[in-house]
Design a protein around this ligand. Structure first.
Ligand SMILES: Cc1cc2nc3c(=O)[nH]c(=O)nc-3n(C[C@H](O)[C@H](O)[C@H](O)COP(=O)(O)OP(=O)(O)OC[C@H]3O[C@@H](n4cnc5c(N)ncnc54)[C@H](O)[C@@H]3O)c2cc1C
Length: 434
């Protein structure tokens, strides 16, 4: 379905917006204005101009321009498709600190999207007859912290058109906006991200940006901490646990974040703030009250797209970490290529989705001691097994093998909890939308 812009009858509706074929061809190479509207913004009137039923205004309409939708829109445009992106607040500045595994970063993404790289350490604790031992493991894979403003500008490269609007309903080839107008496309992709809801499992965290020299005692020898499960944060051993996440943001600053991996409900942010302060005090980190803060709260389960989805709406959020940005970046180009060739994009195999849903139920079911044991067992598995489990294109065999590996290393009591969770009811994550 990759068509020459000059020949494609599918481009014809673009004339509704007054764009010339010549400018369509140029838009991939330039980030400057195209046609009568700014490259970053097609007037909403133009995008939703009256047209007869069946007219398509674009090859692809991407609903939701978070990291996932923006990456997909960019890659679809790079493959020669005409793309309309729809978002209720496309000008919202992205502020989260995004961490991804280096190997998930695609070739097409410019290298300066990465702010820092590290080989993080995981710290777990294990109960032994004489008490509890602490185990430090340096992961042998590179972790990248993205430069969020740079990422946003790279994914808003002017190669696709943006409509500001609230999608009221997202169909296979039609999006109805809240004001009653319609945007039609050959393929509509739902990339609306996680949906907040009182009953949804959430990840929460509270972080402080601390000068690197002052943060040093929190990290010890490590250049970053992916998960530090040590109990020096003042919380009772029987309380829902949280861990320390620590990553360099640049040469001079480190983000220190107390994180509740997942909970229904998750730990409240004030509690995480108290724990972070207690932990940093216990490690001798001096704070002066001027530190920038980061607050994290997002749903780790979400309704899945009814038709074509991408990002969290396509099950790309990994329940073991709450990460989805790396997977979306890794999968944007293969998805776009499939759309450009008229193929249905391949989503995560259903058995992998089911196994991941079971993984999420397990994390929600484990008691505090079992959760620490679970992560100790996970990070004790060979690196290749962990990598298979965390991969954006995880295979059923790799996912099942990793889960089996972890299960085999658990105590009988924890195995019983896991079995109860795995055979229990399904999560909301499997429900459709709209
Ligand atoms: C502080 C913080 C730190 C984080 N750190 C990490 C990290 O290190 N690594 C990681 O992978 N993830 C991290 N996350 C989670 C990450 O932000 C999300 O998983 C990710 O943004 C999901 O991407 P998405 O594009 O699928 O959805 P979203 O980013 O949620 O984007 C969805 C978009 O759709 C739009 N939208 C939704 N509904 C509609 C509608 N009806 N009509 C029109 N537009 C709509 C929204 O405006 C939004 O722009 C973090 C989150 C926070 C808050």
């Amino acid at each position: 379905m990759v068509r020459d812009a000059l020949e494609s009858p599918w481009r014809t509706p673009l004339h509704l917006f007054g764009i010339s074929m010549c400018s369509v061809r140029h838009r991939q190479a330039q980030t400057v204005s195209i046609g009568p509207w700014d490259a970053h913004r097609m007037t909403d009137d133009a995008a939703t101009a009256p047209h007869s039923p069946g007219d398509r205004i674009a090859d692809v309409a991407v609903v939701g321009l978070g990291p996932a939708g923006s990456a997909l829109a960019t890659r679809c445009a790079a493959h020669g498709l005409s793309v309309v992106g729809i978002d209720r607040g496309p000008d919202r500045r992205w502020s989260p600190t995004y961490g991804v595994w280096q190997r998930d970063l695609p070739e097409w993404l410019q290298r300066d999207a990465v702010a820092t790289r590290a080989h993080p350490t995981v710290v777990t604790t294990r109960r032994v007859t004489t008490g509890r031992v602490t185990i430090h493991r340096r992961l042998d894979r590179t972790y990248a912290v993205l430069d969020t403003p740079r990422l946003q500008s790279l994914l808003r490269d002017g190669s696709y058109h943006i409509v500001t609007g609230e999608a009221a309903s997202v169909g296979r080839d039609d999006v109805e906006l809240a004001d009653g107008t319609h945007v039609r496309a050959t393929t509509v992709v739902d990339a609306r991200g996680p949906e907040a809801g009182r009953r949804r499992a959430m990840q929460t965290a509270f972080g402080l940006v601390v000068p690197a020299a002052r943060a040093r005692p929190a990290l010890g020898e490590a250049d970053a901490l992916f998960m530090d499960w040590r109990g020096d944060n003042g919380a009772a051993a029987s309380a829902p646990p949280s861990f320390l996440y620590a990553v360099p943001l640049d040469a001079e600053h480190v983000l220190l974040e107390e994180t509740c991996l997942v909970g229904r409900p998750a730990l409240p942010i004030p509690e995480l703030r108290t724990r972070l302060h207690a932990r940093l005090a216990a490690r001798g980190v001096r704070l002066d009250g001027t530190e920038r803060t980061e607050r994290v709260a997002f749903a780790v389960e979400s309704p899945r797209a009814r038709h074509t989805g991408f990002g969290v709406r396509a099950g790309m959020m990994h329940p073991g970490s709450g990460y989805s940005v790396g997977a979306a970046l890794a999968l944007a180009d293969p998805y776009a290529r499939a759309l450009a060739h008229g193929r249905r994009p391949r989503s995560l195999p259903r058995p992998v989705q089911s196994l991941r849903d079971a993984g999420l139920r397990t994390l929600l079911e484990l008691d505090p001691g079992e959760l620490r044991e679970f992560f100790d067992a996970f990070f004790a598995t060979p690196h290749a097994v962990q990598a298979d489990y965390l991969a954006p294109k995880a295979s059923t065999a790799g996912t099942a093998a990793a889960m089996g590996h972890v299960f085999a290393h658990l105590t009988p009591a924890t195995r019983r909890t896991v079995l109860r969770a795995v055979t229990g009811r399904t999560t909301d994550a499997q429900a459709g939308t709209d």
